[in-house]
Design a binder for this molecule. Structure first.
Ligand SMILES: Cc1cc2nc3c(=O)[nH]c(=O)nc-3n(C[C@H](O)[C@H](O)[C@H](O)COP(=O)(O)O)c2cc1C
Length: 221
């Protein structure tokens, strides 16, 4: 009886884990706000670094939901693009000086150049909702790891709801940007940020393909 129940729970969980994909194109339809709230609730259930942030009375995790075409989005999108430009310039300088960086960062630099050329940061205004999650910086500084757990919970919940989800990792580079933080109503440098885009997926993606566990696992004696 119990084993049947656990088998069933695992069947659904494995299905959601396998179906979780990065969606990068979305339809124009807005998911209901209640579904977005359910995604945020899943984020709240994620683990957090209690020892790092535990003593603050002010809750250490915040969510900001920015709709496509909103006033906030119209301010944030150019700020995200400006950050891509700054990163691209910095990386180009570093690559010119350092052959090791040149080799390692070539693909990423190309990606930044493509975004600059398009003038649109994927996920910032390209889906019905751009969601920014803020986690107060604590000690030791582990808020980005904590945000990754939060994002994964949100991603799995979005998948279970049949919604598409895209990580927008440039968001973390905007944590110290005064203008970006002003739109969110938070102080720059106090919180770490991570972002994602959510909406109905425009394309159906196949389940994740990964190597067999045995090919990448070593049991040590
Ligand atoms: C730390 C991290 C940052 C990522 N940043 C982005 C991003 O900014 N934009 C994006 O479209 N995907 C981003 N991704 C998604 C990965 O590209 C994606 O998970 C990977 O290609 C595997 O594809 P899948 O998610 O469909 O399984 C990021 C993933 C991780 C773990």
């Amino acid at each position: 009886m119990y084993s049947d129940l656990f088998e069933q729970r695992n069947m659904y969980l494995d299905q959601i884990l396998g179906e979780r994909r990065s969606h990068r194109t979305f339809t124009s339809e807005y998911p209901p706000e209640d579904e977005i709230r359910r995604i945020l609730h899943a984020g709240l259930l994620a683990p957090f670094a209690a020892a790092a942030v535990g003593t603050s009375h002010d809750y250490f995790r915040r969510f900001f939901v920015i709709g496509r075409g909103s006033k906030a989005m119209n301010t944030m999108a150019p700020l995200a693009l400006a950050q891509v430009q700054r990163m691209g310039d910095g990386l180009e300088k570093e690559m010119a000086k350092n052959p090791a960086v040149r080799e390692k960062a070539a693909a990423f630099a190309q990606r930044l150049a493509m975004i600059r050329k398009a003038g649109i940061v994927p996920g910032v205004g390209t889906a019905p909702f751009y969601i920014v999650v803020a986690e107060r910086r604590g000690f030791p500084p582990v808020s980005l790891q904590s945000l990754a757990h939060c994002m994964e919970n949100m991603w799995l919940k979005a998948t279970a709801l049949g919604l598409g989800f895209q990580l927008v990792s440039i968001t973390s580079q905007l944590s110290d940007d005064p203008a970006f933080c002003e739109v969110l109503g938070i102080s720059p440098g106090v919180w770490d940020l991570m972002g994602c885009a959510v909406g109905y997926p425009a394309d159906e993606l196949s389940p994740s393909i990964r190597p067999p566990v045995n090919d990448v696992t070593c049991w040590l004696e």
